[in-house]
Design a binder for this molecule. Structure first.
Ligand code: SF4
Length: 141
């Protein structure tokens, strides 16, 4: 977000000199923010920055690479390069990790394939939690 707002500042700076351009600049800011708002999708487990459909994992999984909107129902944000995770998303991931740990503990000795799938899922959830925690710690420093 900081980089984005710096980008807006950079675009506005050359137009700031001279005549009354406050309204024009405000409109320009609104246009830039609106453009970005169309790409940002807020989810309970992540933010989706849908800037490049060709990089959207959900579209790849669905086989619809030319879609103009993300497919929230197919979202796999832990593996998608367009997703970001923030402290507000931590409870969802912590609950997911907890439930997956419980399922893993309940598996019998014959569930090797399911165990591998759940372990990979748990590892992804833990990586997201670690990333969120590391960012939180970094921001407090
Ligand atoms: S997988 Fe999730 S984060 Fe990635 S583009 Fe699709 S909806 Fe957005």
């Amino acid at each position: 977000m900081t980089e984005f707002f710096a980008h807006i500042d950079g675009k506005l700076a050359p137009n700031d000199a001279g005549s009354p351009k406050v309204q024009r600049n405000n409109r320009e800011v609104l246009n830039l923010l609106t453009k970005r708002a169309r790409t940002l999708h807020l989810g309970t487990a992540n933010y989706c920055w849908f800037t490049d459909p060709s990089r959207a994992l959900c579209l790849k999984l669905a086989g619809t690479p030319d879609a103009e909107k993300p497919l929230a129902g197919m979202c796999d944000s832990a593996r998608c390069p367009q997703a970001t995770h923030h402290p507000c998303h931590r409870p969802v991931w912590a609950e997911h990790a907890q439930q997956t740990t419980t399922f893993l503990g309940d598996l019998g000795p014959t569930g090797k394939i399911e165990k591998a799938r759940l372990q990979a899922d748990l590892d992804r959830a833990q990586r997201v939690l670690d990333a969120i925690d590391n960012d939180t710690i970094h921001e407090k420093e």
